[in-house]
Design a protein around this ligand. Structure first.
Ligand code: PLP
Length: 374
């Protein structure tokens, strides 16, 4: 099966990882600091905290933001379940705000109706790679005393009106899963504009350990002492993974360019095809494209999916609306809640997109799509 996404690993990547294995630090060493610094720099000059996955980064970010019982998190349903479930697991109540029918991005109008006095975080997802409209979202969050969170699992390396992903929201989370725009195997990070929030997140991902003597509540215990003020988990990324991440980061620009070329080739081919349409585009954004979204019209999405899989093309569907998951249905969320997300889902089909694809690969996918639609 030709995959819908896959990692690009170079000999330099392999060598960088091997070098760590021969060295002194397998984890919590200098490469963790180096990757966090490099990600922070890429993401607008803010502090980045690494984590063992994008989901862990979201969990850590929501914990730092104070999402919990009695608070609400506003989130779009057109996303991977972790954008929402990592807040639910902290005890926060999810309020789903519908998306734009064309882009799949959270609709600021829906957010305006969804925010209230309990709102702690307004989450947006940079679906497929396009940054959401943070200029519209930030004032709504500010007015409610909430923070904006960009789930940028799809969009690292992109910009909006010249500003990098990472500089667009109060908090930005990234995923380094193999199919994403750069990888550490499993891994992720969260970027914080506020230094205190970043420190809280850092402690959450480090078992809650406080190591600054100036903050100790148990004083004069001894030079070995460290203590816990708030509960945390061990979400530390290894130096092995960070070596891969630093090596990948050097090629992120090349990955972004190749992804854009493939998207342009798909766009040109699909423009002349009946029964299919493309993703709505935002003005002023320069995305790192993670997904190529085809919209299959006339209720034929499932049929086209099955035909393309049968032809050996690993298409995907991203995503079922989050509140359709039985865990949310059990909490009382009903189908029909966000009609645009549901209509978008009904047409959504992700075509293969990864930097190592050749133009011939793209043409082969397009041919299989044309056959499936014929
Ligand atoms: C992949 C993804 C995540 C989770 O990242 P993992 O590294 O797989 O845990 C979260 N949100 C979105 C939108 C994603 O695509």
């Amino acid at each position: 099966m030709f995959p819908y996404g896959r990692q690009s690993i170079s000999e330099e990547d392999v060598e960088a990882v091997a070098e760590v294995l021969r060295g002194d630090w397998l984890t919590t060493g200098p490469l963790v600091t180096e990757l966090e610094r490099a990600i922070g720099e890429l993401a607008g000059g803010h502090r980045a905290v690494s984590a063992t996955s994008g989901t862990a980064a979201l969990h850590m970010a929501y914990a730092a933001a104070g999402a919990g019982p009695g608070t609400e998190v506003v989130c779009p349903p057109m996303t991977f379940v972790a954008s929402a479930s990592s807040a639910s697991i902290l005890g926060a109540t999810l309020v789903f705000a519908d998306v734009d029918r064309e882009t799949g991005l959270i609709d600021p109008g829906a957010v305006e109706a969804a925010v209230g006095p309990r709102t702690r975080v307004v989450t947006a997802v940079d679906y497929a790679g396009q940054p959401a409209d943070y200029d519209a979202l930030q004032p709504l969050a500010d007015a409610a005393g909430a923070l904006t969170l960009a789930d940028a699992a799809h969009s690292v390396g992109g910009t909006s009106l010249g500003r990098p992903v990472g500089d667009l929201a109060d908090i930005t989370t990234l995923s380094f899963f193999p199919t994403k725009n750069m990888t550490t195997g499993e891994g992720g990070a969260a970027v914080f504009k506020d230094g205190d929030l970043a420190q809280r997140a850092h402690e959450f991902h480090f078992i809650g350990l406080v190591r600054d003597p100036a903050r100790f509540r148990i004083t004069d215990e001894g030079p070995w002492h460290q203590e816990v003020h708030e509960l945390g988990l061990n979400y530390r990324l290894t130096d092995i993974a960070c070596a891969l991440g630093l090596s990948q980061l050097r090629r992120l620009g090349a990955f972004k360019r190749r992804r854009a070329e493939i998207v342009a080739r798909y766009d040109a081919a699909l423009a002349g095809m009946d029964g299919v349409s493309t993703l709505g585009r935002r003005e002023g954004v320069d995305p790192t494209w993670h997904l190529y979204v085809a919209r299959i019209l006339d209720g034929r999405r499932r049929e086209v999916f099955e035909a393309m899989r049968a032809a050996g093309i690993g298409v995907q569907v991203n995503y079922i609306p989050v509140y359709w998951h039985p865990v949310y249905a059990d909490l009382g969320y009903r189908r029909g809640l966000c009609p645009n997300a549901e209509a978008f889902y009904a047409e959504q089909l992700s075509l293969p997109l990864f930097p190592a694809m050749t133009d011939d690969d793209v043409d082969r996918v397009v041919e299989a799509l044309a056959d499936a639609l014929a």
